[in-house]
Write a protein that binds this ligand. Structure first.
Ligand code: PHE
Length: 379
């Protein structure tokens, strides 16, 4: 019996040593130590032994069992280690290789312009309000003193979805929404930026563009006047198009303001001397504006005897074009990477300025920004 156990021992040790992989090792384990394994069978056959022999053979089998288990797990470890080394070798990364350049986007010039406008007006105490692009006829026209059949509705060809709903032709709809929301009592100082839509069919207009609307309403005794409108627009235009810009108010017509004006800015391209951009007039029309019509106040819950104010509106796309010297509107909507990537320069300058300012205070932060800049430049 002892001999048989020793034979099993030697045979299994040999097999363990010669095994080539984890699978083979597992087969060996089953063959000798499994439920029906050779060593287990020896234990089963112990019933036939004498009482003296039984404990001796029993402990011998256990010793061999433990030895084999140890050998197997040692070998197992070895296989795992080899597998890991093989993986490390085959999946090795050469960190000295140049990396792939990731192209970064940058903020769209229209969004930049919108943010700049919003920042400016927030700094003057205005709220930034938004309204729906799918608007009702009531807010887009009726509540702005443009009842059905009013000839001025033809000024803006509309995309009607149903008789009641249309894509808003002007952000002026948000004037009415704000007045209704404020319930005819609170003063209002708001701007609204957003997309607007018109059924344009010529090559120089887009069916979709962006507008900014401004509305100021206050008690009559606070005297919100044409002079305030002019001052406000001057700050606005000078910030957007240059400190030397001059404004010119021309009488015009909008159903929701009275008096109404079209506002021109002195041509920033030629300084007012006359050039192709201003069609040799020295002026470029940019804004619509006026004193809020009493009917509009009344229709939207404000008593025109007690309240008054001004409103203005302009196209953001054109402003962005003037601001950045963009000559063709289609660039704004083409999403051409080469065009868009030019607009991160400003951020670059701002960040460089920050570095210079912070150099003394926080070195680690500076390093992060420098890394960011390098990355941007490479992209
Ligand atoms: N909503 C007008 C337009 O789209 C502009 C405007 C706004 C005029 C506010 C006067 C007051 O042409």
């Amino acid at each position: 019996m002892k001999q048989a156990i020793e034979n099993i021992r030697q045979q299994s040790i040999l097999e363990i040593e010669n095994s080539k992989d984890l699978k083979e090792l597992n087969d060996i384990r089953v063959k000798y130590l499994g439920k029906k394994g050779e060593l287990t069978s020896v234990l089963r056959g112990m019933g036939a032994l004498s009482a003296e022999e039984r404990p001796i053979i029993g402990s011998l089998v256990n010793v061999v069992k433990n030895e084999l288990e140890e050998l197997i797990s040692g070998k197992e470890e070895q296989f795992k280690q080899e597998e890991m080394n093989r993986k490390l070798e085959s999946e090795r990364i050469d960190i000295t290789l140049p990396s792939k350049k990731i192209k970064r986007g940058s903020k769209h010039p229209i969004n930049r312009t919108i943010e700049e406008i919003e920042d400016l007006f927030v700094s003057m105490g205005y709220d930034v309000i938004s309204g729906p692009e799918l608007e009702t006829d009531e807010y887009c026209f009726e509540r702005l003193n443009l009842p059905e059949g009013h000839p001025a509705r033809d000024m803006q060809d509309s995309f009607y979805i149903t008789n009641k709903y249309l894509l808003r032709t002007q952000t002026s709809a948000v004037q009415a929404r704000t007045m209704i929301e404020k319930g005819g009592k609170e003063p209002i100082r708001m701007i609204c930026t957003g997309k607007t839509y018109r059924r344009e069919d010529d090559a120089t207009h887009s069916h979709q563009f962006n507008q900014v609307e401004g509305l100021v309403i206050d008690k009559k005794e606070n005297n919100v006047s044409l002079a305030d409108l002019k001052g406000t627009l001057e700050v606005f235009v000078r910030k957007m198009l240059g400190e030397n810009s001059e404004l010119r108010f021309r009488p015009s017509y909008f159903p929701f303001t009275e008096p109404s004006y079209e506002v021109d800015v002195s041509c920033f391209n030629c300084g007012g001397k006359g050039c192709p951009l201003c069609k040799k007039t020295g002026w470029i029309e940019i804004l619509g504006a006026g004193i809020v019509h009493p009917n509009v106040l009344k229709m939207n819950g404000y008593d025109p005897e007690l309240y008054g104010g001004f409103a203005f509106g302009t196209g953001i796309d054109r402003l962005a074009m003037f601001k950045y010297g963009i000559t063709d509107m289609r660039y704004l909507y083409g999403n051409d990477y080469r065009f868009l990537s030019q607009f991160d320069r400003k951020d670059w300058f701002i960040q460089t300025y920050l570095i210079i300012k912070m150099k003394k205070s926080d070195k680690s932060f500076v390093i992060i920004i420098i890394m960011d800049l390098v990355e941007k430049r490479r992209g």
